[in-house]
Design a protein around this ligand. Structure first.
Ligand code: HEM
Length: 379
């Protein structure tokens, strides 16, 4: 990518283009009239055809749905979410006997936390983390043309939708109350507010559980792997964790994640014929209907906008990061991520003598972009 950023920053051929520089990646994300998302087809399989805002352009329906969720996912919840993430991780680590597999630790904490916060308990048959992770994988790397995968996704999604429908019905029937997102949705429904029919509540909560918690078990272990490569920053993270300097721990983890973020890039489709980076020497024509990859991992390494990008520097400015996308579809859960990701591994980083397990188990393995396994030991 470094070479491309210099010699061919916008790599375009036929119906495909790859934007590698910070400015061009931001231009792709920022221009919704020219670059649309292509998530709808797979999302429809998950939601059973109900629209969800990730699959939409900048429409009135997008704004209504987003607003409905913003009214029930509150900034005032963030401290509680951070504390809960840390407490759940601590309970698992304290029972670990000195050896922890980081991907499963973060997956367990992320799904339990999201289920608890949104109001979706574990189903009697099946598991939220299995349903959510597999459907996330289908959403972002699957295709409806793959009939086996489509059949599996339809089966899991049907079970997931039925489960949330049953949870909504139970909550209404029992009259139970809880301080969670589902309860706030039902209160808004009772007040007759727009965006809170049973189907809209089910779709939004389903997509949050499928779209959110599968990602911390990707990026957080990747961040830990980057720290394990750097003794001085692993020590600094340990010091921040032990002194409960959460701000510093957050900044170290997010900088570590810059060296191995979620994915190389995000996909868009051109809605019109378009000239990217117009007026520059790299101006490139991209035809309508082309697939465009906005390489945000490369953008975060672009020295034209990110000073000394190969230097590990937790004191960077917020705009140097693009972990959660940019523009219209920028991650809905980004404030939750800023409040929780570092807290999920704080109790681990606190431990003295944190190190890789011996052999292959102590090296992060991945399946495609999905982190699979990383075992560490302490004490
Ligand atoms: C490590 C954690 C996470 C990462 C790295 C992440 C990353 C992202 C990225 C890159 C996007 C933009 C997609 C695009 O533009 O094509 C996005 C969108 C989104 N994320 Fe996250 N996310 C995370 C956690 C969460 C959580 C916890 C939630 C909800 C509880 C969530 C809900 C969403 C939703 C609903 C969207 C779509 C927003 C829209 O279309 O306006 N994410 N996320």
């Amino acid at each position: 990518m470094g070479i491309l950023r210099t010699v061919r920053p916008i790599f375009a051929t036929g119906g495909f283009a790859l934007a590698t520089r910070y400015d061009d990646v931001k231009e792709v994300f920022a221009n919704n009239a020219a670059f649309g998302v292509s998530y709808r087809e797979n999302l429809d399989v998950i939601t059973g055809g109900a629209p969800f805002f990730l699959g939409m352009g900048d429409t009135a329906q997008y704004r209504t749905q987003l607003q409905a969720m913003r009214q029930v996912v509150l900034a005032s919840d963030l401290p509680r979410l951070g504390d809960e993430a840390e407490a759940r991780a601590r309970a698992i680590i304290d029972a670990s006997g000195g050896e922890v597999e980081v991907v499963s630790l973060v997956r367990k904490v992320a799904f339990d936390l999201t289920g608890w916060y949104f109001g979706v308990p574990e189903p009697k048959r099946g598991r939220l983390d299995v349903w959510g992770s597999r459907l996330f994988e289908f959403q972002f790397t699957g295709s409806v043309a793959d009939k086996d995968w489509l059949a599996e996704a339809e089966e899991l999604a049907t079970a997931f939708r039925d489960h949330i429908d049953a949870v909504i019905a139970d909550r209404k029937k029992s009259g139970a109350t809880a301080d969670d997102v589902l309860q706030r949705c039902l209160a808004s429904q009772a007040e007759g507010k727009a965006g809170y029919s049973d189907a809209e509540i089910r779709t939004a909560i389903l997509c949050m559980v499928v779209g959110g918690p599968p990602q911390p078990p990707m990026v957080v272990p990747q961040g830990i792997e980057q720290l394990l490569l750097r003794d001085d920053w692993l020590a600094a993270a340990g010091e921040a964790a032990r002194s409960s300097n959460d701000r510093r721990l957050h900044d170290i983890l997010f900088e570590a994640m810059r060296f191995d973020p979620l994915a190389p890039g995000l996909k868009r489709v051109t809605l019109v014929d378009y000239r990217l980076a117009r007026g520059t020497s790299r101006e490139t024509a991209i035809p309508k209907g082309a697939t465009v990859i906005a390489a945000f991992a490369s953008a975060m390494m672009d020295g034209r906008r990110v000073p000394e990008p190969s230097r590990f520097d937790p004191d960077r400015q917020p705009h140097e990061y693009m972990h959660f996308g940019h523009g219209l579809h920028e991650c809905f859960g980004r404030a939750i991520n800023h409040a929780t990701l570092h807290r999920m591994i704080k109790p681990l980083l606190e431990k003295a003598g944190l190190r890789r397990a011996e052999g292959r188990a102590g090296r992060l393995t991945k399946r495609g972009v999905f982190a699979e396994r990383l075992v560490v030991r302490y004490g």
